[in-house]
Design a protein around this ligand. Structure first.
Ligand SMILES: *Cc1c(COP(=O)(O)O)cnc(C)c1O
Length: 349
């Protein structure tokens, strides 16, 4: 038994998904002639209520292409310190786009304080980079952005002449949690990036969506960045399968994450607050001197977690309720038999 809780990127394509891939009609997508890629782009655009879409290799590529399509050399985007588009993409916007990030602290709920966003927008003055874009992320660290916040952010960017981009790698997790259509969240944004290769279970692929002129520019940048793929329909078929079959079931991942948090919270040695779990991520803290041994103990049992004293556990398509039970039992066993919590000095006679 393998229980991999490091990320929802570790999902493997199911037999049904592989079957859909094996019979996909394909063509040269750089010529716009791959029927499956075209179908996926059209399906996603309709699903998210956007005019156009472009299929890309990865979420990182999708965000970078979005930034380069909104911003030119010497422009800047406002972004959260914890955002993937700022912190986890190798500085791509600056490296490849000559776009300056203006990072601001994220609040605990994943938002960026809008007064601070407003204050960070630079006046039109040759001393400053031109502020062009606000980039948000939903979900961020498993947290769902409040819809009223998104509306206020969009109103601010409209009033100040900025565009607004959503890194929606886990947009469907947010929609499922709120019980609304993903399009209702996407609506406020000029561009939206979604990942097919996270909890949706496709092996590869992301989609960038927005108005036609923006997506035309994006298609050009995709080629420039080496992302023009040929018979990509083989992979797009997996993406279509994911969007058609694996969205509603994200609710199971959320329920499993909640159960996982509740079971772990009951273990002496683990600190976590189940009430903080909104979607498919659980953050736990373990004593620093136990972290390495816990990880090794679990690895011996085919259970994989990230390293560190603060551990992010992510539920997904290949994690069932029985896995949650087996995993939390193993953690419990570790703290009972291997790393017994220290007896407080006051308790020693
Ligand atoms: C995973 C992720 C990405 C990037 O996706 P890759 O396909 O790994 O490049 C972007 N944003 C967020 C929030 C992500 O979780």
């Amino acid at each position: 038994m393998t229980i991999d809780l490091r990320s929802d990127t570790v999902t493997l394509p199911s037999a049904a998904m592989r079957a859909a891939m094996s019979v996909a009609a394909v063509g040269d997508d750089v010529y716009g002639e791959d029927p499956t890629v075209n179908r996926l782009e059209k399906f996603a655009a309709e699903l998210l209520g956007k005019e156009a879409a472009v299929y890309v290799a990865t979420g990182t590529q999708s965000n970078l292409i979005a930034l380069m399509s909104h911003c030119e050399r010497g422009d800047e985007y406002i972004v959260g310190q914890q955002a993937h588009t700022y912190k986890y993409e190798g500085g791509g916007a600056a490296v490849l786009g000559s776009i300056q990030p203006q990072p601001l602290e994220n609040e605990a709920d994943g938002t960026i304080d809008l007064d601070r966003v407003a204050a960070a927008i630079k006046p039109d003055d040759s001393h400053f980079a031109r502020t062009r874009l606000l980039a948000l992320e939903n979900t961020l660290g498993g947290k769902v952005l409040p819809p009223a916040y998104i509306d206020a952010a969009a109103a601010l960017t409209r009033a100040r002449g900025l565009a607004i981009h959503l890194d929606g790698a886990r947009l469907f997790n947010a929609a499922i949690k709120l019980g609304i259509e993903a399009a209702a969240i996407a609506h406020a944004f000029d561009s939206v990036s979604i990942c097919l290769s996270k909890g949706l279970g496709a092996p590869v692929g992301s989609i960038l969506l927005g108005p036609r002129p923006l997506i035309d520019r994006a298609r050009r940048w995709r080629k420039v960045l080496g992302g023009g793929m040929r018979q990509a329909g083989l992979m797009a078929a997996a993406g279509l399968y994911a969007l058609e079959n694996n969205v509603a079931r994200l609710a199971d991942d959320h329920a499993n994450a909640r159960l996982l948090a509740e079971r772990l919270a009951a273990i002496d040695g683990v600190t976590t607050d189940p009430a903080q779990v909104q979607t498919n991520m659980v953050f736990i803290h373990v004593p620093a001197d136990a972290a390495v041994a816990l990880r090794a103990f679990l690895a011996q049992r085919g259970m994989m977690i990230s390293s560190g004293a603060t551990v992010r556990l992510v539920t997904h398509l290949d994690i069932g309720r029985d896995h949650v039970v087996a995993f939390s039992d193993a953690v419990s066993e570790f703290f009972r038999d291997v790393h017994k919590p220290a007896v407080p000095a006051s308790a020693i006679a």
